[in-house]
Write a protein that binds this ligand. Sequence first.
Ligand code: G1P
Length: 298
Amino acid sequence: MPNKTAGKVKKAVFPAAGLGTRFLPATKASPKEMLPIVDKPMIQYAVEEAQHSGINEFIMITGKSKRAIENHFDSAWELEEDLKKKGKQAMLELVKKIDNLHFAYIRQNAPLGLGHAILCSKPFVNREPFAVLLSDDIIDPDDDLLGKMIKLYNQYEAPILALQKVPESEIDRYGVIAGREIRKNIFKITDMVEKPKPSDAPSDLAIIGRYILTPDIFKYIETSVPGKGGEMQLTDAIKAMLKKKPVYGFLFEGKRYDAGDKVGFLKATVELALKNPAVKDDFRDYLMSVLLRMQKEK
Ligand code: G1P
């Protein structure tokens, strides 16, 4: 059968309206998504991941006090002129707006949950399949998770969710699936529960913050009732959808950092610093010296 939708995932939705209370006071006046990991704001990692997978339309679901995100992905005319004048070409490349990328910003004006955030993107997504990236989940750029998911989407023409095995102690932080492995690391999902107690979890396979969805998800969100925490949960809408059509999970075995959590944020910072050519050597030496000091102090 010809693959009608091959290469058609061109849009990505980035829910970014949350208050970021876990990072207070840092997030009192600036968005959590703008917290820097090494030298880039957290959300830029997700944007670059999507861009690398061939996406060129970025739909940001924001809220009050999130203007910094908009400014960050816009051109900074004065800064660019200044760097040009001073001949600082390398820095100029870092801040220049990339011409063929399009950003749209939609305000989610009430904290009604992830399902509601996705629903806000409906007028921009229109009738196309689209990716969802939760920028708290930082994926190692070398692992190309979204690229692999888009390839699977092109093959199955059905929603694809990224999964990771998580320890029992963390299961209640995630949407958790039940499913049947149909090919290595590919699951046909049969059920899902948002943030279950470990005793109620259908497996140890958690949904992580990367999704490829089809536009019919909007009708399932529209008809869903408030779920866990009284919020409109994306998990509930996908669960309703999978009763009508196949939904697949891709078990990701690469590296992911939950930068929405303080320790996860620090881990992401360390790991990404160790990959950053500008700082990795000095930083590795420093980490080694810390390790030695800690061993001596033991
Ligand atoms: C959201 C989803 C959850 C998913 C998680 C991945 O939860 O509701 O199903 O497992 O993202 O990070 P949140 O982290 O926004 O509470």
